[in-house]
Design a protein around this ligand. Sequence first.
Ligand code: FAD
Length: 404
Amino acid sequence: MIKNKKVKITIIGSGPSALILASELNNEIFDINIFEKGNSPGRKFLVAGYGGFNLTHSEPPEIFIQKYDPVEFIKPYFNHFNNFDTRKWFENIGIKTFIGSSKRIYPEKGIKPNQVLETILKKIKDNKGIFHFNYEWIDFDENFYPVFLNKNKRIIVESDIVIFALGGGSWKITGSDGKWLDIFKKYNIETLDFEPSNCALKVDWEKDFLDKFEGKPVKNIAVFSDNKYVKGEFVITNTGVEGGVIYAHAGNVRKQLKTNKKAKLFIDLIPIKTKEEIIKLISGFRSNKSRTGSLQKVFNLDDIKIALLKQNTSKQEFYNDEKLAEKIKKLPLNISGMATLDEAISTVGGLSLKAVDKNLKIKKLPFHYAIGEMLDWDAPTGGYLLQASFSMGNFLAHQLNQLK
Ligand SMILES: Cc1cc2nc3c(=O)[nH]c(=O)nc-3n(C[C@H](O)[C@H](O)[C@H](O)COP(=O)(O)OP(=O)(O)OC[C@H]3O[C@@H](n4cnc5c(N)ncnc54)[C@H](O)[C@@H]3O)c2cc1C
């Protein structure tokens, strides 16, 4: 580094990963400039805000980290700045948080998403970070300085360090449109096409079923696939199913669809009871009572659960105690597709993990780094997505702050 001269740092993108990075860089070492193609910062962050604003989760870090795929990629960044650090960070800038009944962490009631964003922007301003809006990164020049398009003009920004924080490829309206993928491809940097994650799944419901149950929740169940078993609830929609327990399986469904063109999840209609307990209770049903009525009464199964059960159970199975218990614990849900990329809460694909080293530096570029959802990792909803961006942004700021 050149003595007595500040290092020019160019951050491209203004999502949460960029914002936390810009807040934490040492302004005595760096000139901090943030370039954003839109005309305001953090638009997807605000969308997340108005959708519930689940900043992170309160579970122990050793359990939290297991939610990522691949775990080993996120681990060093998360170990540097974990879910408890995120909570402290927000409290320190004046955003109080609380732990909801789901153990997720949110800004305190009454604090609007805009207020959270404004508070972070104030921290960046105090840290002498400068925003430049309507600057779309479109290429590099011969020195690998970023080239932007601003009001139809090509502008080259001389930089000592460039950090990409360009986001994934869903909710294009927020600016995160993934168009940058082609630029990296042009320079032979490893990329993967975007695919939806954390998205609704398609089910070909019968018309009668939809007439009765569209928009209704299926509560107190668990949904499972391969290695994942997730308790909660989901909602019946006119194209399929959606909700946290569904989103969690998007990765497994994506893999199944690729190999078989169709996919299957399973519903555990009574997670609090084992199959053996259920068989025992069914065998105690009175033979002079309706079996459906007994199921409703003994297991508290509502109309929607009974309808789902009957759709997937032959008459013979329904009247066989063991087979019925099996179906209650492992009811197939046939998935015919996934929501479109743009509808997904997050995406996988983007910049391959092979393209960066452990410090998040892009191996094939001289002074360029990448952070946030633009990299090819996956996580369920529940605060894990934002946490990964906070962890990477904070990690990189602290790594760079050591360059004196
Ligand atoms: C509906 C919805 C709800 C969500 N709710 C939650 C939640 O409650 N909890 C949670 O943890 N996560 C949630 N998420 C996910 C979370 O918002 C994202 O994972 C997070 O915003 C990713 O941050 P990022 O900094 O990587 O990128 P982004 O926030 O996507 O920001 C990328 C920025 O880069 C800019 N950009 C892109 N290309 C260029 C270019 N060529 N030149 C200049 N700028 C460019 C974009 O305009 C954008 O501002 C939600 C997402 C959605 C869509």
